[in-house]
Write a protein that binds this ligand. Structure first.
Ligand SMILES: Cc1cc2nc3c(=O)[nH]c(=O)nc-3n(C[C@H](O)[C@H](O)[C@H](O)COP(=O)(O)OP(=O)(O)OC[C@H]3O[C@@H](n4cnc5c(N)ncnc54)[C@H](O)[C@@H]3O)c2cc1C
Length: 422
């Protein structure tokens, strides 16, 4: 039997973009369903929230977004020009309200943080346990990078050495803190999620703290940078670590798989259920449409009918876009646009230089300024469909540092369009 659900607004995608759309519409009193097959890029993110690279030292989020939009005319922040300031403002407000564990820099300035590779970069916001490591507040500090075991210990060595170089111009330094916590041969196989689970075992954070403190005193470190402070209650765990160590500890921005990314996704999932969004776990396989979209069809046979829809299914990682001979948007059959492409062969879409532009990374759905997807000849495809987040053409978090902030801003704006229609 085919089951059917009818709501005001149906959202495809449970990452940051789908969340921002869902929370906006739900808090405005709409009946909202959100369809999600699995965690996507949001759950892999590093623990920071980026809108745009800082346009100058101390630039506000709004100013940096303006600079990004001016430099990249195909970027979604350029496409939504008339709504951009409102959307960015709303996204900052939404992130602060829904995720009290996020912090920005003092006076709205960007944070300056060590990356998982030991470079230094700005971020608009970060989870508080990471934001404590704002290097602008740590001038003159000697940061001990904690080496636990296996790959993490190798990475810690690299981070310590690169961070030491990066901090030299700021009057600071970094050093490796080798702590004898994981000394069994099999410990070399441990992953960040294993370390996260370990530090949350009863009494273990204090034990970690004492070992870190001992190593810090031997190396003269004034602070300790730790790869993870746990999945469940990072703030309390960090306090226990700091007390045990006797030096201020903070958490490292993470590469994938990312414990802070998982924490963010868990917070998203919890908030969706708290506010009464109907979350449907399943794979959307097709849209049922005429002049407008009427429903999303799931692989289970279930159908979700709505007056308006938000497409927030992400890019390649999450399955929003796939590529066989060409790129495909997987549910609504929308054309996929690749700004800056020199051709359609994959070799034309990727740069030889690994740090190059890689047009393929900006592949996505083209929209008008209200985020309504366009068909191949530039006309609005469906008046009641809005797109948000990484699926938008011209976006590419690794190219333009606008990941979760863009997702929140466009999720908010897509919800405005969907609510007006619904
Ligand atoms: C390794 C990594 C690190 C990153 N670090 C940062 C960072 O430090 N700061 C930052 O701002 N950004 C970062 N980003 C970028 C950021 O994570 C993304 O830009 C952002 O999460 C995109 O959110 P989204 O909601 O658009 O997509 P996603 O989070 O990918 O969500 C897409 C959702 O759509 C669902 N979906 C797709 N197709 C279907 C279907 N057919 N049926 C049902 N559900 C479907 C998926 O299950 C998923 O829930 C990083 C990305 C990666 C990969």
């Amino acid at each position: 039997m085919t089951e059917s659900l009818t709501v005001d607004i149906a959202i495809l995608g449970g990452g940051m973009a789908g969340f921002a759309a869902a929370v906006t519409a739900r808090r405005a009193g709409k009946d909202v369903a959100l369809i999600c097959q699995s965690p996507g890029a949001t759950a892999l993110s590093s623990g920071c929230v980026d809108f745009a690279p800082a346009s100058s030292e101390g630039a506000t989020i709004a100013a940096s977004v303006e600079t990004l939009a001016a430099a990249r005319p195909a970027h979604p922040f350029a496409v939504i020009a008339s709504e951009r300031a409102r959307a960015v403002h709303a996204a900052v407000e939404l992130l602060g309200r829904e995720f009290p564990f996020l912090a920005g820099g003092a006076d709205g300035r960007p944070l300056l943080l060590a990356t998982p590779m030991g470079a230094v970069r700005d971020a608009a916001m970060a989870q508080k346990t990471i934001a404590l490591g704002d290097l602008q507040l740590l001038r003159g500090a000697r940061i001990g990078v904690v080496a636990l075991a296996g790959v993490q210990a190798l990475e810690a060595r690299l981070v310590a050495s690169l961070l030491d170089e990066s901090l030299a111009s700021r009057g600071g330094s970094a050093t490796l803190l080798t702590v004898p916590l994981f000394v069994q041969r099999s410990d070399a196989q441990l992953l960040s999620s294993d370390f996260a689970a370990d530090v949350e075992r009863p009494g273990r954070a204090a034990e970690w703290g004492r070992a870190i403190g001992l190593a810090a005193r031997q190396c003269g470190a004034t602070h300790a940078l730790i790869s993870t402070v746990g999945l469940v209650d990072p703030v309390s765990t960090l306090e226990v670590l700091t007390q045990g160590a006797g030096v201020r500890c903070f958490e490292q921005m993470s590469g994938p798989p990312s414990v802070p990314g998982l924490r963010l996704q868990r917070a998203i999932d919890a908030r969706l259920s708290e506010i009464g969004v109907r979350v449907i776990s399943g794979v959307a396989t097709a849209a049922i449409s005429g002049d407008t979209v009427q429903a999303i069809q799931l692989g289970s046979g279930e159908r979700v009918n709505a007056r308006a829809f938000v497409l927030a299914s992400g890019k390649f990682l999450s399955g929003g876009i796939t590529r066989e001979a060409t790129f495909q948007e997987t549910v609504f059959g929308l054309p996929v646009h690749v700004p800056g492409a020199r051709g359609t062969w994959i070799g034309d879409l990727l740069d030889r230089d690994p740090a190059g532009e890689h047009a393929a990374l900006a592949a996505g759905v083209a929209t008008d300024s209200m985020l309504r997807p366009l068909d191949a000849d530039g006309a609005v495809r469906f008046p009641n469909l809005f797109a948000a987040g990484a699926i938008l053409a011209g976006s590419g978090a690794t190219r333009d540092q606008s990941g979760l902030g863009l997702a929140a801003a466009t999720g908010w704006l897509a919800a405005q369009g969907a609510m007006a229609f619904a």
